[in-house]
Design a protein around this ligand. Structure first.
Ligand SMILES: [Zn+2]
Length: 352
């Protein structure tokens, strides 16, 4: 939907979230509406129209294929109740700084850290839209090491926990930042840098870089290349460290975010997922409605193939695994709760 409306198509507040999605069936209906706003369309043959079966699945009127709303999405075969998923998605989307797996686990009383960690990684996995637009206008491009605190060496290999990352940021006149993109790079060679620029910046844009030789030749790829050298900056009395202020601002923001929200516990294998989350958030930082961000996340989620825990495991374990909780509940408790009957009124100690 191009222009979803607050209070109609997405909840405006956590109160509205709770009122709308009281039980898993409410969540399932919302996902169905998001996935098939004009009614069921067969994911197998593309035929529009079918029947709802007794078990809630759909049968295609064209090919007879049977499927569920969540089949083929990140919610496929999840054992986590959808009410828990929705609240986790809200926390993930509504906080400007995002949320850590540990915080989600605590807030939603999820028995295992691994479950909370997997939910967040599934949500992260949907944040890159295939075919999304490239950056335009004036764009600063530079590389930096992310995942460690020491300054990296140009052209060197990522050592230990650091990953060589290329960052592109649109700059606005007279000042201010537009959208950004970032991605890990195998090295700082011309081949890698040229590939990054063509993937993330629209031809015709002005690309500002420093004088590193790896950027040479991007003018031949259809860009206006504005090369800034430290020596020239010094000669003009400018601070050579501020050649590319937009990229450096974004680089320091993601580094601070990784150390703050995630306590530096992100491992190298999953850094690209965290970069995607950072970029998604950064590019929506001016969105006035956090509910709208929640809507966009779920919209992408139902449009996306399933991601399972084993697919997320590149290194066997999530970064920093806290000790196992005392009771190893396998399945997170649903947020569908019976009325609590005002326990503060029935506490024997205070009523006496
Ligand atoms: Zn079909």
């Amino acid at each position: 939907m191009d222009h979803p409306r607050a209070g109609v198509h997405y909840p405006r507040s956590v109160g509205e979230l709770q009122a709308w999605f009281r039980v898993d069936a409410d969540c399932l209906d919302y996902l169905e509406w998001l996935r098939w706003p004009a009614g069921f369309v067969c994911p197998d043959c593309g035929h529009p129209g079918g029947w709802r079966l007794g078990d809630g699945r759909f049968e295609c009127a064209g090919c007879g294929h049977r499927t569920s709303v969540t089949a083929g999405t990140i919610f496929d075969r999840t054992r986590t109740p959808l009410t828990v998923w929705f609240t986790a998605s809200w926390l993930f989307a509504s906080d400007k700084g995002g949320i850590s797996a540990l915080s989600v686990q605590r807030a939603l009383e999820i028995g295992s850290y691994q479950t909370a960690w997997t939910m967040l990684h599934r949500l992260r996995s949907v944040l890159v839209r295939p075919g999304r637009e490239r950056l335009t206008g004036t764009v600063e491009v530079d590389e930096t090491f992310i995942g460690g605190e020491e300054p990296g060496l140009r052209g060197g290999r990522a050592r230990g926990k650091k990953v060589l990352t290329c960052i592109a940021v649109e700059t606005r006149e007279p000042k201010g930042l537009g959208r950004c993109r970032m991605a890990p790079l195998p090295d700082a060679s011309a081949k890698s840098l040229h590939a990054f620029v063509t993937d993330h910046v629209e031809p015709g844009s002005t690309v500002i870089t420093d004088a590193w030789q790896g950027y040479r030749g991007i003018d031949k790829l259809g860009y206006v290349h504005d090369r800034r050298s430290q020596r020239a900056a010094r000669a003009h009395g400018q601070d050579p460290g501020e050649l590319l202020p937009a990229v450096h601002r974004v680089a320091s923001l993601i580094k601070r975010w990784l150390l703050g929200t995630h306590q530096g516990s992100t491992d190298v294998a999953h850094l690209p997922a965290y970069m995607n989350e950072f970029v998604f958030r950064f590019n929506r930082r001016r969105s006035h409605s956090r509910g709208m961000v929640f809507y966009r996340v779920l919209e992408l989620a139902v449009d996306h193939g399933p991601v399972r825990y084993r697919d997320l495991i590149v290194n066997k374990q999530p970064g920093k695994t806290p000790p196992a909780p005392p009771s190893g509940r396998g399945k997170p408790p649903s947020l569908e709760r019976p009325p609590a009957n005002r326990p503060w009124r029935t506490d024997q100690r205070s009523s006496g």
